[in-house]
Ligand binder design. Structure first.
Ligand code: NAD
Length: 260
């Protein structure tokens, strides 16, 4: 008997990086992960990998900023499985530029993926969670939900915003046995971070090694990156909660970067 036997866990942005690890870990602990991603070919590849190892998985094409695609994806999941127990709103991007000339289109794009995406997927899943009187929602925040860094105006804004959304859902969802929490990782070596190392080096006029040591890991207690496994541990912890005892909370998983 595993913790998540019989659970249907929708993970957005699960074709890559942190989301992929979370989907794999849910599958290893008995859940059926739904890989909801912009990139359907990679989502299907991830679902096939999981099926080969640990049972069931399902891929859906979903641009989380597109209301119709989110509604369609969720109704396809309901048609197949009849319920959604867990939502991990994880899809995200990063764009690094100084605030003084941050393009408005990039600002809107980033806010839309992180905030519209969290709202639309939450709303679509919530109807089914309320009907079943059960739900666990976990938002992928960041240390940037609590702390700021240069060059990351929309990202820091969006990640702070997710904490607000989780707190509202914690209050509204409680009577339906739906909890909402935020996991806030430090830097994790995924394609999202690998892309920004040279970009930050260019913007800050320093080497890539300096970006890692003097920017990304500077405030950790041990100079270590957080891993996808570490983040998945925290997500699964919130997703497994038996009651409303932990809701509206956020936990930093970062080797000590930012202490509350
Ligand atoms: P990643 O680039 O490896 O994966 C992101 C996934 O999201 C990709 O599969 C991509 O196709 C998908 N995606 C992008 N836009 C989408 C959209 N509109 N609709 C659906 N899917 C979309 O990145 P990652 O590092 O695994 O990041 C995952 C989450 O973790 C993000 O929310 C990110 O902000 C957060 N995070 C990452 C780090 C880190 O250091 N990597 C730290 C803190 C928080």
């Amino acid at each position: 008997m595993s913790r998540f036997d019989g659970r249907i866990a929708v993970v957005t942005g699960a074709a890559s990086g942190i989301g992929k690890e979370i989907a794999e870990r849910f599958a290893a602990e008995g859940a059926t992960p739904v890989i909801a991603d912009l990139n359907l070919a990679s989502a299907k590849a991830t679902a096939e990998e999981i099926k080969a190892k640990s049972g069931d998985a399902f891929a859906v094409a979903m641009d989380v900023t597109n209301e119709a695609q989110v509604e369609k994806g969720v109704s396809d999941i309901i048609a197949k499985y009849g319920k959604i127990d867990i939502l991990v709103s994880n899809a995200g991007i990063q764009i690094v530029k100084p605030l003084v000339d941050f393009p408005f289109a990039d600002w809107k794009k980033l806010l839309s993926i992180h905030l519209d995406g969290a709202f639309l997927t939450t709303r679509a899943c919530l109807k089914h969670m309320y009907a079943a009187n059960y739900g666990r929602v976990v938002y992928m925040g960041s240390v940037h939900s609590k702390e700021a860094s240069k060059l990351k105006a929309p990202y820091v804004t969006a990640k702070h915003g997710l904490i607000g959304l989780a707190k509202v859902l914690a209050k509204e969802g409680a009577e339906h046995n739906v909890t909402a929490n935020v996991v806030c990782p430090g830097f994790v070596r995924t394609p999202l971070v690998d892309k920004q190392i040279p970009e930050q080096a260019k913007e800050l006029g320093i080497s890539e090694a300096q970006v890692i040591k003097e920017v990304m890991l500077k405030d950790t207690v041990d100079g270590e990156f957080t891993t996808t496994d570490d983040v998945a541990d925290a997500v699964l912890f919130f997703a497994a909660a038996r009651t409303n005892v932990m809701t509206g909370q956020s936990v930093v998983v970062s080797h000590g970067w930012f202490m509350q």
